[in-house]
Design a protein around this ligand. Structure first.
Ligand code: PHE
Length: 350
């Protein structure tokens, strides 16, 4: 018995080619109710004088089987480790995976371009509150409560009587209260209008406000500044046009447009077109007066009466639509990666 048992066990061990298969063989021979254990349990039935030699024989067989088992187990483990290392090997010479990088929002790009231009012209850049007091948004800008111009700008009112600013012109007032002339400032930020949205209107959009105050500032300074800005944005050939317009806080007031020739349009033989970009004008004396009143209340000197200055306000959305060929203002804030994703990567590109 023992010889054949040992021989068959070894044959089975050698042909087990996975650790699982080896486990089955192991249980079959040396497990708790395996064949070896069964042999040992039958010792009791032998005459006492045979038990000792028989027991020793069985032990030799068991140790023989166990040794082969251990060796086979070690070699199967080694093989499976080798296979794992092989399959998980890393080729360090492969190129790395590209890390998708974000990009600047088209509105941010246009703002950056604008701020660059005005910084070069010596303007100070400031930001101000979106939740504003009526006085700064309307009253001090020569728009009293009964003034029909308030209807031009349907307003989001807050329960406490404050409002979401309808334009960045509030910063003209705030800046002048804090600073004495001569001054040049631009202010960027969000503005809100309570109106239905369509391809060219949003309830929230952006503006850039500009203000210059000093001695003897004239309308031609304003025109030169707007032309400089248009050329900085759209190239040396950009043409600007001014048309009379009405804003209570300027006198005279104008709207300005840029003649824009899309390079693609040129190829298609299409003429360019005039695009209205914003409003501007000479600061109304009533605004200077209101600012001096606010300054006086704050214990500061009245320094604005008798000064002259100009102001302008424009919408980067219009510029971005023009510059990047975006047909609908709502795309800017729809968070659609298909739209915004096109602006990934290149910085300050056209
Ligand atoms: N605040 C005006 C608007 O929102 C724009 C403007 C600014 C006009 C400064 C004249 C001067 O439409």
């Amino acid at each position: 018995m023992p010889d054949t048992l040992q021989a068959t066990a070894i044959a089975e061990i050698q042909s087990a080619d996975t650790l699982e298969a080896l486990q089955v063989v192991k249980t079959k021979y040396v497990g708790k109710s395996g064949l070896i254990t069964r042999e040992l349990s039958m010792l009791g039935k032998l005459p006492p004088e045979e038990r000792k030699t028989r027991g020793a024989e069985i032990n030799v067989v068991r140790q023989g089987i166990q040794a082969v088992l251990d060796e086979r187990e070690a070699s199967l483990k080694r093989a499976s480790l080798d296979a794992k290392l092989q399959s998980e090997a890393i080729d360090v010479t492969l190129p790395g995976l590209p890390l998708p990088s974000g990009g600047l929002h088209p509105i941010t790009r246009v703002y950056d371009d604008l701020i660059n231009i005005f910084t070069r012209l010596g303007y100070n850049t400031v930001e101000g509150p979106e939740v504003e007091e009526e006085h700064y948004n309307f009253e001090a800008l020569n728009i009293p409560w009964y003034h029909p111009a308030r209807e031009l700008q349907d307003t989001f009112w807050l329960a406490d009587g404050r409002l979401l600013r309808t334009h960045t012109s509030n910063m003209q007032v705030r800046y002048m209260v804090e600073h004495e002339p001569p001054l040049k400032m631009v202010s960027r930020g969000k503005v809100y209008r309570y109106e239905a949205t369509d391809a060219t209107h949003e309830a929230m959009f952006h503006q850039l406000e500009g203000l210059v105050v000093g001695e003897g500032i004239t309308m031609s300074d304003l025109k030169g500044t707007i032309a400089e800005m248009a050329q900085g944005l759209f190239g040396a050939g950009a043409k600007v046009r001014f048309q009379p317009s009405y804003y209570p806080f300027v006198e005279p007031g104008a709207d300005f447009s840029v003649y824009w020739q899309n390079p693609r349009g040129q190829m298609e033989g299409k003429a360019g077109k005039w695009l209205e970009l914003g409003g501007c004008g000479m600061v109304h004396p009533n605004v200077f007066r209101a600012v001096d009143d606010l300054r006086e209340k704050a214990g500061k000197a009245r320094v604005y009466e008798g000064k002259t200055g100009f102001a302008f306000g424009l919408g980067p959305e219009r510029m971005a639509m023009l510059k990047y060929g975006i047909p609908d203002i709502r795309y800017f804030y729809a968070n659609d990666p298909k739209v915004i994703g096109q602006f990934r990567g290149e910085l300050n590109g056209v």
